[in-house]
Design a protein around this ligand. Structure first.
Ligand code: HEC
Ligand code: HEC
Ligand code: HEC
Ligand code: HEC
Length: 167
């Protein structure tokens, strides 16, 4: 249940919490736009653990060094072209909020739906925006039940989006 994303013994030094180190070096097409201020890079380990199954390049049942054949179903298959998806794997800090006036300062703005912690503490990993900034795979961080898609915050009335975007 846990090993696709974490492993209890890391052979080489990698970032915590004990991320599974055996991630392929897939190259992704990144989101870009003329208005975005953030500098987006290739997905970091924290999002690659998700993409390892959700980009559809690896079979879900490839365990113990044996190749599998069962690939993730179309609706949940994001593919390797991330240019049509919300940007991930970039630093979201006070500095970015100063450049893009439509963003809240993540070190100051608190999130009532997540126990009143700041965006940085409740939603970012090492100050970075990742898949888990919007999704809660354990179901442990979300304080309210959300309607499907493992969302961290219920998106009725765009509440999830408006947590960070000051529109
Ligand atoms: C689909 C990938 C995935 C699976 C499967 C998974 N985790 Fe995690 N884990 C994450 C992510 C992403 C984070 C960081 C964000 C968060 O806490 O949601 C994390 C953080 C953690 C942390 C540190 C933060 C905390 O909540 O204390 C612990 C401990 C942890 N996971 C334990 C587990 C255990 C035990 C299992 C199996 C029952 C498990 N995880 C299964 C992705 C996963
Ligand atoms: C070991 C493979 C694997 C990994 C790793 C993985 N997923 Fe999934 N995920 C699945 C499968 C399988 C489904 C079910 C797909 C379906 O319904 O066809 C799924 C479904 C989902 C869904 C849809 C849930 C719903 O309500 O329909 C979301 C959102 C999701 N995953 C997010 C993540 C995130 C975020 C991570 C990384 C923290 C992650 N996944 C890592 C295999 C994985
Ligand atoms: C900015 C917030 C946000 C980020 C970041 C994000 N997602 Fe999502 N995701 C959503 C929302 C909201 C939905 C609900 C469906 C929709 O509105 O597109 C969703 C839906 C999904 C689904 C279900 C699709 C379906 O139709 O079954 C999967 C799987 C998923 N996300 C995986 C990921 C993965 C993997 C990443 C990182 C590469 C990621 N998400 C990053 C907000 C986000
Ligand atoms: C955890 C915080 C967070 C959440 C939640 C979030 N975003 Fe974002 N989003 C950002 C940041 C930070 C940027 C980068 C903005 C920049 O650099 O100018 C961004 C970028 C974007 C962009 C690209 C802007 C551009 O100039 O190209 C769009 C569009 C967007 N978000 C829409 C959404 C939508 C829709 C949702 C809800 C489904 C959502 N966001 C949820 C933080 C968030």
């Amino acid at each position: 249940m846990c090993v696709p994303c974490h492993t209890s013994h890391i052979p080489k030094k990698s970032s915590n919490p004990l991320w599974h180190p055996k991630l392929k070096n897939t190259s992704y097409t990144l989101y870009s736009s003329t208005t975005m201020k953030a500098v987006v890079s290739q997905p970091s380990p924290e999002s690659k653990i998700c993409l390892s199954c959700h980009d559809g390049t690896t079979a879900l049942n490839s365990f113990g060094g044996k190749p599998g054949s069962e690939r993730i179903k179309a609706a949940a298959r994001i593919g390797t072209d991330l240019s049509k998806d919300h940007p991930i794997s970039f630093r979201y800090d006070s500095n970015l909020a100063k450049q893009d006036r439509g963003l809240y300062d993540p070190s100051v703005k608190t999130v009532p739906a997540l126990g009143g912690k700041t965006i940085t503490k409740a939603m970012l990993i090492h100050d970075n925006m990742e898949c888990s900034s919007c999704h809660d795979v354990h179901g442990g961080r979300a304080t309210a039940k959300t309607a499907g898609n493992l969302l961290l915050i219920n998106n009725d009335g765009s509440a999830l989006c408006l947590t960070c975007h000051n529109k």
